[in-house]
Design a protein around this ligand. Sequence first.
Ligand code: GCO
Length: 424
Amino acid sequence: MENLAFPSGFLWGVSTSAFQIEGATSEDGRGPSVWDTFAPGRADVACDHYHRWPEDVALLTELGVGAYRFSFAWPRIQPTGSGAPNAAGLAFYDRLIDALCEADIAPVATVYHWDTPQPLEDDGGWLNREKAYRFAEYASVLGERFADRVRMWIPLNEPMVTTMFGYAIGEYAPGRTLLLDALPTAHHQHLAHGLAVQALRAAGASNIGTANHHCPVWPTSNAEADHDAARRLDALLNRAFSDPVLLGGYPAEIEPHLPAGYADDLVNIAQPLDFYGVNYYEPQGAAAPGEGSPLPFELRPIEGFPRTTNDSPIVPAALHELLVGLRDRYGERLPPVYLTENGASFDGVHDQERIDFLDAHLRSVAAAITAGVEVRGYFVWSLLDNFEWSKGYAPRFGLVHVDYETQRRTPKDSFHWYRKLVRA
Ligand code: GCO
């Protein structure tokens, strides 16, 4: 990363999530989540972070990052999704956050990273508007307890993935296959986001933002029909999740699929934010739908680029396009940006491919900054190899290798490369 300057005070970090690393899924009062139902037993151990967190904080200290993004496990804090908090759950995060502060590593907290307490899903989950109010109560519990120490707050991780993968196509928990009838879950998550921002601020929390998944959508040909399809898919994957929180409105093509009275919620949803977190991995291809397709587009793979072991195309230029595109669309309404996730899956401890991936994507970030996009930080996904949802433990995203038999952590070459970078 020679001769690349980032603004002074640029925040270097790494990200994880509770369900993907903690394990201990039935310990100390934690209740079942939708992911325990969807993938029974698969993350009962994971990276055993619930017990090995001191070792992982030591890794963060060795790495030298200024911030660590983790998530609270809702079923550890409120095992049934509402009511009095579980003291042991709060105590676990007290210990983790205090250790981070002790190590001068800013705790960056995601309130929800997909592990809905099962009783709330039994009540309809994100299809039920009431869940937004349960979520605000949950956020308030966290704000009261941790506002004095958490440096940045992210209410929801990637509401788009919850809606599309969890409720539209069923690849993720809770495994619903509602296609466009899943869109009310997007709206209820936006409402949850807005109510949680207000609850966190009322509890004294500051520096609140997002972690929205964004991907440039590219038509597979220059045909008008493919460009049309790409515009529709972009509305669904991107603008349906950024417009409401940044502009207080939805793309026109989304509105027919929203619950009655959705417009009354927009003021609550579009709360002023202190930052806009972006999770970027890859662009998405789109083509005109086939005859009789239930969707106004067809997803198409992006060809012609090297790929990760997770079969993702490696396209750093798309990150530059994405960041400049956000600035062009939202202008003054776009708060300072953080890359709250960027990373890739490669095998082995000598992971030069990951170094090359991170180097190339950081060059795109630097170019976007030069083009006038205010990017203030970058978080690698992820600190540790971990449970990659429906793909299990095969994809390895960590800067640190995890031997799941022994739980031995081994810093990879990319760990040492990133360590040098963040300390430069
Ligand atoms: C996401 C999630 C992470 C994933 C990571 C790799 O962006 O999908 O936030 O939990 O593990 O992105 O796919």
